[in-house]
Ligand binder design. Structure first.
Ligand SMILES: *[C@@H]1O[C@H](CO)[C@@H](O)[C@H](O)[C@H]1NC(C)=O
Ligand SMILES: *[C@@H]1O[C@H](CO)[C@@H](O)[C@H](O)[C@H]1NC(C)=O
Ligand SMILES: *[C@@H]1O[C@H](CO)[C@@H](O)[C@H](O)[C@H]1NC(C)=O
Length: 357
């Protein structure tokens, strides 16, 4: 009896106890589930934030014409890959920044100096599937001994579907660069922005002159003996424009099909056309189109439509205001003659006549 009494008293109480702990456990589980749901949900929201600019851009494209006609500086949606704080290197896009991984670049703008590489990078990074480093890493020429981890660390985070890019124009004329890039990946896509080597040389000299006003005149630097028309090919401003020589070095490591040449001249007259070819080359949908450009007639160069908040106009020919060096027509003629055979070999090699002659 005592036993029955005890059990009859104990059982219900232990029952009550287990019922209570069951209730608590259920509560805990529900709470955990709720937490997970919330986490997952916010994750999904953030994820779609990363995608948003894409949608935004497409939406914009649809509603474009009307809006674009209003103002020259009309708004375009900032793609996830192209944040507005462009001055900083791997500046992080709003949503996408926290997602994805830093990856070594799949595509590099390797040259050439004064060809229009900055413009190509700024134009292509409008594309939501492209993320790029804003500053020049100079990894394959000056910083190679810092190692690939250092290099990767400079890169912005990308989603799997996004292309990582950088640009360093000096790579094109760096002897070791092709071998080093191919040792990173033989599949790296290479972009070279080329421009009439004579105008390129003058532009190069003008830039140097603005930093060092004491350097000799262009003529003095360009010729070993002007009357003989003997050009000083050891001068960098001249050497860079001998495209075929540098290209031959690249072709020892990369097939021609993996190198895309952008015409620096066409980039000014038809930026959308050049960008279409760049997007095709990179296997991207043609999202950057003529809707993204306007032509500044005062400046004589195309500019990128930008969000109103951004203070920097992004136009080609930023240095247009620079005092231009007047070069003798005779000097220009001599340089043109000098470059002609190199140009012709270059056209034949790449299968495209850039019409510099
Ligand atoms: C990026 O910006 C941060 C803070 O504004 C600054 O400390 C850093 O030096 C910048 N990095 C580069 C490469 O400009
Ligand atoms: C250039 O070459 C001509 C003809 O050979 C020679 O007379 C002249 O001294 C040379 N000028 C220079 C600066 O070397
Ligand atoms: C065009 O360029 C000129 C000269 O750089 C500048 O003052 C002007 O604001 C630009 N106009 C537009 C619409 O960008």
């Amino acid at each position: 009896m005592a036993y029955r009494f005890l059990t009859s008293r104990v059982v219900p109480s232990s029952n009550r106890l287990s019922r209570r702990s069951l209730f608590i456990a259920t509560l805990c589980l529900s709470f955990t589930y709720l937490c997970y749901s919330l986490l997952f949900c916010s994750d999904a929201i953030m994820q779609s934030e990363g995608d948003e600019p894409h949608r935004c851009l497409l939406l914009h494209s649809a509603a474009a014409t009307k809006k674009l006609l209003q103002k020259s500086s009309s708004y375009y949606c900032t793609p996830s890959g192209a944040p507005d704080r462009r001055s900083n290197s791997s500046a992080a896009g709003a949503g996408a920044a926290k997602f994805g991984n830093k990856k070594l670049p799949n595509a590099i703008i390797v040259g050439v100096k004064k060809g229009g590489t900055r413009a190509v990078l700024e134009f292509i990074r409008i594309h939501p599937d492209v993320r790029a480093v804003g500053t020049e890493p100079h990894f394959f020429d000056r910083n190679y001994d810092r190692g690939f981890d250092w290099y990767r660390g400079l890169m912005p985070r990308t989603l799997d579907s996004q292309i990582t890019m950088e640009k360093t124009p000096s790579y094109f004329v760096t002897r070791e660069a092709p071998r080093r890039i191919s040792s990173m990946s033989r599949n790296t896509k290479l972009i070279v922005v080329v421009r009439n080597p004579v105008t390129r040389a003058i532009s190069d000299y003008t830039q140097t002159l603005s930093k060092k006003p004491d350097i000799p005149t262009f003529e003095v630097l360009a010729f070993k003996n002007k009357s003989l028309g003997l050009v000083d090919t050891s001068w960098n401003a001249i050497r860079i424009g001998m495209y075929i020589l540098h290209l031959e070095n690249w072709l020892q490591y990369f097939p021609l099909s993996q190198i895309h040449f952008v015409s620096g001249e066409m980039l000014i007259t038809d930026p959308a056309g050049e960008l279409a070819r760049v997007q095709d080359f990179l296997g991207l949908k043609r999202i950057v189109t003529d809707k993204h450009f306007y032509f500044n007639k005062t400046k004589g160069f195309p500019c990128l439509k930008k969000p109103e908040s951004s203070s920097l106009p992004r136009c080609l020919g930023k240095s247009k205001g620079r005092t231009h060096v007047q070069i003798d027509q005779e000097v220009i003629e001599k340089l043109r003659e000098f470059y002609r055979p190199y140009n012709i070999k270059f056209y034949e090699m790449v299968g495209h006549d850039f019409r510099w002659d």
